[in-house]
Design a protein around this ligand. Sequence first.
Ligand code: ADP
Ligand code: ZN
Ligand code: ZN
Length: 660
Amino acid sequence: MAIVRLALPVAAHQLFDYWLPSGLAVALGSAVIAKIGRRRLAGVVAEIIASSEVAPERLLPIDEVVAGIPPLPDDVCALARFVAAYYQEPIGLCFAQALPPFVVARRAAVVSVPGATGLVKHALNADQRTAVSAVLPQPLEFAPSLVQGVTGSGKTEVYLAAAARLIAAGRQALLLVPEINLTPQLVERIVAALPGVRTAVLHSRLAAGERRRQWLAAATGDAQLIVGTRLAVFAPLPRLGLIVVDEEQDASFKQQEGVRYHARDVAIYRARLRDVPIVLGSATPSLESYAQATRGRYRWLKLPQRAVLQAALPEVRLVPNRASGSVEGIGSALQHAIAARLARNEQVLLFINRRGYAPSLLCAACGWKAMCPRCDARLVVHRDAGRLRCHHCSHAGNIPTACPECGNQDLLPLGFGTQRLERAVAELYPAARIVRVDRDSTRRKDSFAAMRNAIAAGEVDIMIGTQMLAKGHDFPRLTLVGVLGADNALYSGEFRATERLFTLLVQVSGRAGRGALAGEVLVQTDFADHPVYAALVAHDYDRFAAALLAERKSLGLPPFAHLALLSAEAKRPAALDTFLSTAATRGRAIAAAHGSECEVFSPVPAALPRRANLVRAQVLAQSPNRRALQAFLPLWRDELERIEERSVRWSLDVDPIGFA
Ligand code: ADP
Ligand code: ZN
Ligand code: ZN
């Protein structure tokens, strides 16, 4: 009797044995349905063995083989095992990342627009040609490259040209993009640039049936180019020849719940497994990738100029935040610059990375602040809806008319958000056509697309937005970008905060002057001497990266140290304390017993110490040596699972991107 060992989507680190009823045929990687307890779950055949250690009478049969899904290929199974081992995640949940949603089988369809028209074809410039040849080794083999190109330097064209070469040679190319960048525009642009190439698109917002069809197109080898968000890194690709990770520094490649993996790092592992090249692209590479390039581990290609003839990088100016003549936080320099653009019929983008009207409500008489009753967080004033909202939980309430402490009727909204900026701009420029783009204004399906179309059609003069507007868009008449409230990020305790701020500022600045019209960026700041702004003005990422790397080295932070973060939350503070101090003590004991280079720190409260009535804290494990950390983690996780504090919810995050 054949025994199959299944990876089932439950929170366990083991595989489960079942017997295979005669009449059912499976292969390694087959998707099957089996009962575990009372549940019927879809799992994957991870091993086929002759006998089990489980007594035969206790073995259950598998129920059925899922029809219409080809078995996961070896490399995808290996990838799932790698993710389970590296990130300390339950193996069945890792296999589940690789399966498509199940629905009634239908034939695979792929997006294909043969001979699309309206396509502007340009010859690659010298930098682009060098990059394309350099990223594709002959013969094809594992070779990681970092393409560091300023915004508008034509990185996308490099990816597509490299992909086209491999597709012509009969291979598949996988292009991973950040969540927010996977717009219909990008897909249209790709389809137009590669006419006749069969393209599949994979992301989590596709309806289940559609996602499954796209998955099948990839898995059968029918699709030649696969464009997707992080989950696409697990797609079966029988003829894989190239992986590209665009905006490789983007935080959306890290899955922050469920299986906590980093799609860029998994992609590198996969490229090695398949012995194919991988290209990481960015204007502002992550310090991890940057360090690899400086050490010569990655081929390092630079595109220092904008690709469009006459297009130059925008001039960046720093202007004071507080100046006479300021109106609602908009300084006079910015006011003049906006007026000049309106007079010339050009477009303006005002960037403020805070939605709502004001981030807090204050009583000037007694100092009371509106706080969330369930979180250690201030409530945000949403004047459009007339509500106070918590941005960390679902709490919402009416805006009080008087201070609940002292009865004072003069409550002050403190600070600025997109709604407040929108009102101020509407008063300053009554004739201007204004659109606000943030999560609140784009809640309805397709509203973002409609706004984008209106902007592109020139029906908008001033756009006000959060980071939703920072990336990817190409509006040729946009010549002024104003940045407000950027200094807020400088106060953050997060070790990647300045790096993120810089990336965001480069991206949003990159929206200006992409066409023939010159662009200008005005950043309002009280800290004009800060290195992050100096680097922005000089368009000098290399100097900034060198400074950040030196700082990381002295502080023992990534990429010079490897981290794992144990985060826990509980209703009762005592339970949380017991759990985390036990976790730290046992972690130290393991490290000591194994002579490990791992250090386990004492518990500290999370950045948000209470959220939705749960107290939250963390323990950090750190090692200068990745191997040492990897050897330590399974032992530690075993111990954590033995701690009897059932009311505590915890998770282990390997290579965390932040300490939130
Ligand atoms: P990036 O991805 O680096 O931001 P894109 O690939 O989006 O840059 O290119 C920016 C703009 O430059 C696009 O409008 C693109 O059509 C144009 N472009 C790219 N390569 C060339 C080239 N070789 N000649 C002329 N225009 C180009
Ligand atoms: Zn008061
Ligand atoms: Zn809250």
